[in-house]
Design a binder for this molecule. Structure first.
Ligand code: AMP
Ligand code: MG
Length: 360
């Protein structure tokens, strides 16, 4: 472990405070004083999750409407199950070049960059394994239990032989991008492209961009735990984002509050989608190199300048584990992380110490 980051070894203390839902949330009592300022808020079901939007300033209503429309567009565009989507067509034509829109091209390029820099811990071709394990997320279906985590009942791990059969077809090196021709292809016909670990973060970036285009400079976007805050609160102070406790001992238990402006805060957790079999928890965060879910980290929060980065990196760090994950995050400029192990140990990067207040 590097010296540059400090690892706090602490037992996560359970408690009884109030926040619901996934990953990260705004602190309930921290709602901005927006008297006299035009504001709009919206809760929409989109991208397979509950989107919570708040915007402050002139034109807030129209801005928020435009964000909802943008999120709906992205739900269709990035869904690997929608027959018209670029991702669907790339997967269906595996082996052949497929012309895609500039957005898909750019997101594929970004996903591949992150796959390379994380040495494959994040891998946009992990979908066949996700399906085999039964952790499929269908963006236009309603969440099973409101916006809460999904404990999948009655599941058991797949056969090891099945996992080993799929492993050779998982690998970001099978994804090729032809920039000039705006084309993508999968060189292994059994490989599949999926943006599940990055799409909500990208959508949060798009939401922020739409808000800014509408002249909004104070807003809060929460896409089921993938948060982007535009500017600070209307009074200019930082937004305060509570990080959900991975093993809550009461409703809305959280581990700490991160104060940020103009940042994305994304949490991945082993409690979001999982099942238990013979006393072992199997979560949706899969190590693409072994084909098995990671079992070391319960909660991974990444703060970054973009949601795309924060989302993909949170998934990657989940696979890297505590030590490697912290070392990796510490090596990236402007990116911070707070990790909680399944054993309750907590670790954070040096910059995170300055922005987080842990619950005592
Ligand atoms: P997130 O909620 O952003 O942590 O993403 C989790 C989703 O990403 C899972 O439900 C899978 O569909 C997919 N996924 C799981 N493991 C990986 C991985 N190592 N790399 C890329 N995507 C993954
Ligand atoms: Mg992710």
């Amino acid at each position: 472990m590097t010296r540059r980051h400090t690892v706090l070894i602490a037992l996560v203390i359970a408690s009884v405070w109030l926040i619901t839902g996934c990953g990260t949330k705004s602190e309930p009592q921290a709602s901005p004083q927006a008297e006299g300022i035009e504001s709009a808020s919206r809760v929409a079901f989109t991208l397979g999750t509950v989107a919570e939007l708040r915007a402050y300033g002139p034109g807030a209503e129209e801005a928020v409407d435009a964000v909802v429309a943008e999120l709906e567009r992205l739900t269709a565009a990035l869904d690997r199950f929608s027959p018209g989507s670029d991702v669907y067509r790339v997967n269906a034509a595996a082996g052949e070049w497929v012309r895609v829109g500039s957005e898909t091209l750019a997101l594929t390029r970004t996903a591949l960059e992150i796959a390379r820099m994380t040495d494959g811990a994040f891998d946009p071709t992990v979908a066949p394994l996700v399906d085999l394990w039964g952790f499929v997320e269908v963006p236009d279906s309603a969440p099973a239990e409101g916006q809460g985590p999904t404990a999948l009942l009655g599941r058991r791990p797949p056969e090891d032989a099945e996992i080993r059969r799929l492993l050779p077809h998982v690998g970001y090196e099978f994804v090729e991008v032809d920039e000039a021709g705006s084309r993508v292809r999968l060189t292994d016909p059994e490989a599949e492209l999926d943006f599940g670990a990055i799409a909500k973060g990208y959508a949060a970036d798009r939401a922020a961009a739409v808000l800014k285009e509408h002249g909004i400079d104070s807003a809060f976007v929460n896409l089921g735990g993938d948060i982007f805050v535009v500017g600070g609160k209307p009074d200019g102070s930082p937004w305060r984002i509570a990080i959900q406790h991975p093993r809550p001992r009461g409703p809305n238990d959280f581990i700490g509050v991160v104060s940020v402006k103009d940042r994305s805060v994304v949490t991945s957790g082993d409690y979001e989608r999982y099942f238990e079999y013979e006393g072992v928890r199997y979560t949706h965060l899969i190590d693409p190199r072994t084909g098995y879910p990671q079992q070391e980290l319960a909660s991974i929060t990444v703060v970054a300048p973009t949601g795309t980065q924060a989302d993909a990196l949170a998934t990657a760090v989940a696979v890297m584990g505590m030590e490697k994950g912290l070392e990796f995050l510490e090596s990236l400029p402007d990116v911070e992380g707070l990790l909680v192990g399944v054993d309750g140990r907590m670790g954070m990067t040096s910059g995170m110490e300055k922005m987080v207040e842990l619950r005592k």
